[in-house]
Design a protein around this ligand. Structure first.
Ligand SMILES: CC(C)(COP(=O)(O)OP(=O)(O)OC[C@H]1O[C@@H](n2cnc3c(N)ncnc32)[C@H](O)[C@@H]1OP(=O)(O)O)[C@@H](O)C(=O)NCCC(=O)NCCS
Length: 130
């Protein structure tokens, strides 16, 4: 888990960007979903699209569902004036990275996530006698 999330992230996205929350279905079975949002920065004229999550049911992956979800997300983002789409994923997610490269993504930038476990006792530094 390289970042935290909870169910409120999903409901918040759905409330703010329902147009960018897609579900792929066949015969009432859910095959996959995409959750996106848009970001505008005060110091930039560009509008960014952020694809927060994209997932396809295991067992039917590599069958084109992810591409279809992404294609529709991209179309909707473009319609909303987005000029650049951003995604993030775990550096070990080779399949995901390959998938996004296939969709035309590039310019991979690496981030570092660090943790500090507050439940562990930390050793106090002894203060020097005056
Ligand atoms: C990444 C993911 C969404 C792709 O969806 P998908 O339906 O399997 O992808 P598609 O069938 O549309 O694949 C399109 C292209 O992506 C690449 N690709 C997809 N899965 C791949 C895999 N396991 N290994 C290598 N390349 C892969 C291929 O180039 C493929 O083209 P091809 O079929 O002509 O070879 C899906 O694998 C998934 O749900 N993974 C787990 C969640 C995840 O990692 N999400 C992305 C980060 S948010």
């Amino acid at each position: 888990m390289y970042r935290t999330w909870d169910e409120y992230e999903i409901t918040t996205l759905f409330n703010s960007d329902s147009e960018l929350c897609l579900v792929a279905e066949q015969d009432e079975e859910i095959l996959g979903f995409a959750l996106g949002t848009t970001v505008e920065k005060s110091n930039s004229a560009w509008k960014y699209g952020y694809l927060v999550w994209l997932a396809v049911k295991p067992g039917i992956q590599k069958g084109g569902v992810g591409s279809a979800l992404f294609k529709e997300t991209k179309r909707r983002m473009r319609e909303q004036g987005v000029r650049m789409i951003i995604i993030d994923t775990d550096a070990d997610n080779e399949a995901g990275i390959r998938f996004f490269e296939k969709q035309g993504f590039g310019n991979i930038q690496q981030h570092v996530y660090m943790t500090l476990n507050l439940s562990r006792k930390t050793r106090r530094k002894r203060s020097k006698p005056a």
